[in-house]
Write a protein that binds this ligand. Structure first.
Ligand code: HEM
Length: 496
């Protein structure tokens, strides 16, 4: 027989963690008026113990973030491409979105020269789908094995605890594939003045799988209905001085006044046989599919500020590996590493049962034999905690098996062939207005001027010159460099 506990404490009365009423929350129990505090004051001890444990490890990257609830409404039939039910036209799917900067600590200023995270958790009828993207269509590196080095070089120095452009460019001088992303990052749009005023991208190609098992490669793009607006370099110090929580304050004030921001979701689609038709590797995340048209498939609206920062924004856990039937990973080498890394760090940051937390819990039943572990509060029931079983078999539907992907060659450790490291950076520079070009040169040269090692500085300048001669020449002038040296190095870089 279950014990029935009658509620003798009404909502609003203060209790201890065991639910018992508190008599005095402001005076500790002491031995007489002048004596020491007593260990038997369990209200005091419990309160201090809980306080002492309030912080959890911050995210190893993207520590500074802002979350909001909303919904995604699908509006276009793409069942020829994917069986994912989230895309059935008219479907309303609740979402939680977390925006973030990348390198700063949890309380750091939000106006950082950093990509902005744009992570969306769709609580779909087939389980959670996380689209964990950023505000640019590309990334700095193309192989997950470089990610810890990239982050170490860009996070605060291991000695001073302060970010150091000299270290960052020491890494980037050995990473020519970052030229495209760096050019985006130092542009005015690279410093959005609001999370509402930026787009979002899934960056990698993913696979769409339809009910017949046919595969298409797809890229996702959130287009802001608010438009795109950035902070110019000369306005940056004033902006940080005025409000270094600008992005959170802006988003939450908009939501509180009912000015709900919206983003339209667009996709680009490629057939597997078309992946090879470009002069770059179509699965290289440092590249944009410049010539592939986009089509709109739905709209995201953010409409609610969460009630509790810690239980939502801080405890939310997004992972590119969290997919639903009809969406699978491509062979992009960055995405493949991300498929492992997120759930792994979340088991460390939040514990093995992080998926049981309300913000992460799917809105559909979770039925499997994963069990136990610290802080388990799942509701797996019964003795049969294995499969297969005659006693209590859990059904599996073969139509949800992963697709089969053709393979070629042997195992290997080698870079991709079609690197094309510089051309798209040059095309992006060319697309900017003259003011935007000037601002890019101002912002980028300011950091390049911190580079004390001449070899690194000239290598970086040669990358930008290779992307576009005007771009490289202006950076060389702004960093007092010898242009002929820059040109010589750029010429040695080969033809891409
Ligand atoms: C191999 C490359 C990468 C690795 C290993 C990696 C790893 C990580 C890790 C460990 C976290 C912290 C997660 C947490 O504590 O919950 C994180 C957060 C994040 N990453 Fe990456 N990352 C990679 C590349 C990327 C790329 C290319 C993007 C953009 C497309 C991206 C977007 C994000 C975002 C938006 C977050 C924050 C999610 C949130 O708001 O909680 N990452 N990443």
């Amino acid at each position: 027989m279950a014990l029935v506990v009658s509620a003798t404490v009404y909502a609003g009365d203060m209790t201890r963690d065991n639910g018992s009423p508190v008599g005095d929350n402001e005076n500790s129990q002491t031995a007489g008026p002048e004596g020491p505090t007593l260990l038997q004051d369990s209200q005091l001890v419990e309160k201090l113990q809980r306080f002492d444990r309030e912080r959890i490890p911050e995210r190893v990257v993207h520590a500074r973030g802002t979350g909001a609830y909303g919904e995604f409404v699908a509006d276009t039939d793409i069942s020829d491409l994917t069986m994912a039910k989230v895309f059935i036209p008219g479907t309303h799917t609740p979402v939680f979105v977390r925006f973030s900067t990348v390198m700063g600590y949890r309380g750091s200023p939000e106006q950082a020269r950093d990509p902005r995270g744009f992570a969306t958790k769709f609580y779909t009828g087939q389980g959670n789908w996380d689209l964990v993207g950023i505000n640019w269509p590309i990334f700095f590196i193309r192989d997950a094995i470089k990610f810890p080095d990239f982050v170490h070089a860009n996070k605060p120095s291991a000695v001073t605890g302060v970010q150091d452009a000299n270290l960052a460019f020491d890494f980037f001088a050995h990473t020519p594939e970052a030229t495209n992303m760096l050019t985006h990052l130092y542009s005015d749009e690279g410093m959005p003045d609001s999370y509402r005023h930026m787009d979002g991208f899934g960056v990698h190609a993913f696979k769409f799988v339809n009910a017949q098992g046919e595969v298409h490669y797809v890229k996702f793009h959130w287009k802001s209905e608010q438009g795109i607006h950035g902070i110019r370099p000369q306005d940056l110090p004033g902006s940080i001085g005025k409000d270094w929580n600008l992005m959170s304050n802006d988003l939450y004030s908009a939501l509180k006044r009912g000015d709900d921001p919206k983003w339209d979701l667009y996709i680009q689609v490629l057939k597997p046989e078309d992946l090879d038709k470009f002069d770059y590797d179509a699965l290289d995340d440092t590249k944009v599919w410049t010539t592939v048209p986009e089509r709109k498939i739905g709209t995201l609206t953010l409409n609610r500020v969460p009630d509790n920062y810690f239980e939502t924004t801080e405890e939310s856990a997004f992972a590119p590996s969290r997919m639903v039937p009809g969406i699978e990973p491509s062979e992009d080498r960055m995405l493949q590493g991300r498929m492992f890394s997120y759930a792994d760090t979340q088991m460390y940051r939040l514990g093995p049962n992080f998926n049981d937390l309300p913000i992460n819990r799917p809105r559909v039943p979770v039925v499997n034999n994963n069990q136990d572990g610290a802080m388990n509060s799942g509701d797996r029931k019964g003795e049969v905690n294995y499969e297969p079983s005659t006693l209590n078999e859990i059904a599996q539907d073969p139509k949800y098996k992963y697709v089969q992907t053709p393979l070629k060659g042997t195992t290997q450790q080698a870079a991709i062939h079609k690197t094309l490291n510089f051309r798209q950076a040059g095309e992006y520079y060319e697309s900017l207005s003259s003011q935007e070009k000037a601002d890019l040169v101002t912002a980028l040269s300011a950091d390049l001027n911190h580079v004390t090692n001449d070899d690194n500085k000239y290598t970086m300048l040669s990358y930008f010159y290779k992307a576009d001669a005007d771009y490289g020449s202006r950076l060389a002038a702004a960093t007092h460099a010898d242009l002929s040296q820059v040109k010589t190095r750029a010429a040695a870089l080969g033809d891409n």
